[in-house]
Design a protein around this ligand. Structure first.
Ligand code: MN
Length: 319
């Protein structure tokens, strides 16, 4: 997915910030990705990162007959991983390495851009007529952000089961269970399903900060209701989180977490970097057809980068 807006350069990740347990509601912003309406939960003006998670978009549920609600032409990335996780429908990924893979519910599409990759994402022909899911970016730490690009597709992800809940571990590790997806920092992303009428406790790493997003249903997380179109930031220092549901009402939650990232990140368009010069160079390389390669299988034109206007002093509220 493309960030798709020429947001000004903005700073993320106050160094080593670790606020302890909180319960802070971060409202989503309504945005458009081409014709697709999305809710952007991260980055938010007051919360740019949760661990290394630096972007979270949610879309759907959508029912359609014609057209391609997801249609993001080839565009470049640096310094991040993309995670596509669907609850319903299909998204076809193609990239400049020649990888082509269909994301479906229960499968993980994980792309590591490292120094540079280009990809497209689109609703495929022969689709189910439904679309619902999330797309996330993970910031790569300084030591790994220039690695060679790669793409992984995983089906049959591991599951953590506790009385009243099952949690699919999408990325990183949860309660000692690890996703096969390549991770570069201590992190967790999990799809947590809570039975109706349950009171369940999910073990957490107290060194991580965590956040939760309502995917489906109704319930309480960490002692209060989880409302839609809101990212619930839970802070750090929790060794477990309680999830409660009413009889007849199951709950599905996206749990994100990770060690506080500790590096100030510069995000612009589809790039995660550290300096404005790096971003300008990546933009110039994309516009000139260097570095990122071509998504040869995509039937159409690639995206043009917006003009780059550097801000002299990036600030957390510059977006
Ligand atoms: Mn993308």
């Amino acid at each position: 997915m493309s960030n798709a807006s020429a947001d000004p350069t903005a700073e993320a990740g106050a160094k080593g910030e670790c606020p302890g347990p909180v319960r802070e509601a971060i409202p989503a912003r309504e945005m458009a990705l081409g014709d697709l309406a999305i809710l952007r939960l991260l980055p938010a003006p007051k919360r740019r990162l949760v661990g290394a998670w630096c972007l979270l978009d949610a879309f759907g549920p959508l029912a359609f007959r014609d057209g391609k609600p997801m249609n993001v032409p080839p565009h470049p990335h640096i310094g991040l991983q993309t995670v596509t996780w669907l609850l319903d429908g299909e998204v076809l990924h193609r990239d400049s390495l020649g990888c082509e893979e269909m994301a479906r519910p229960g499968t993980l599409n994980l792309m590591t851009s490292g120094r540079g990759i280009a990809h497209s994402e689109e609703t495929p022909p022969g689709h189910s007529g439904r679309l619902e899911g999330v797309q996330l970016w993970v910031a790569l730490p300084q030591s790994d952000r220039h690695v060679e690009p790669s793409f992984e597709h995983h089906a049959g992800l591991p599951v953590v089961e506790r009385p009243g809940l099952r949690a699919t571990v999408v990325l990183g590790s949860l309660a000692g269970t690890r996703s096969p997806g390549l991770a570069f920092s201590p992190i967790v992303g999990a799809d947590v399903e809570v039975e109706a009428g349950a009171r369940a406790a999910l073990p957490l790493d107290p060194a991580f900060e965590h956040a939760a997003l309502l995917l489906r249903g109704h319930g309480e997380v960490a002692g209060g209701p989880l409302t839609g179109a809101t990212l619930l930031h839970l802070g750090a220092g929790r060794s477990e989180v309680e999830l409660r549901t009413a009889p007849g009402e199951p709950l599905r939650v996206l749990l994100l977490g990770g060690a506080p990232f500790g590096e100030a990140v510069l995000m612009w368009w589809n790039f995660v970097a550290r300096t404005a010069d790096e971003i300008r160079e990546a933009r110039d390389d994309w516009q000139a057809g260097r570095r990122f390669g071509e998504v040869k299988a995509y039937p159409g034109q690639r995206l043009d980068a917006p003009p780059f206007v550097a801000r002299p002093v990036p600030s957390p509220d510059s977006r």
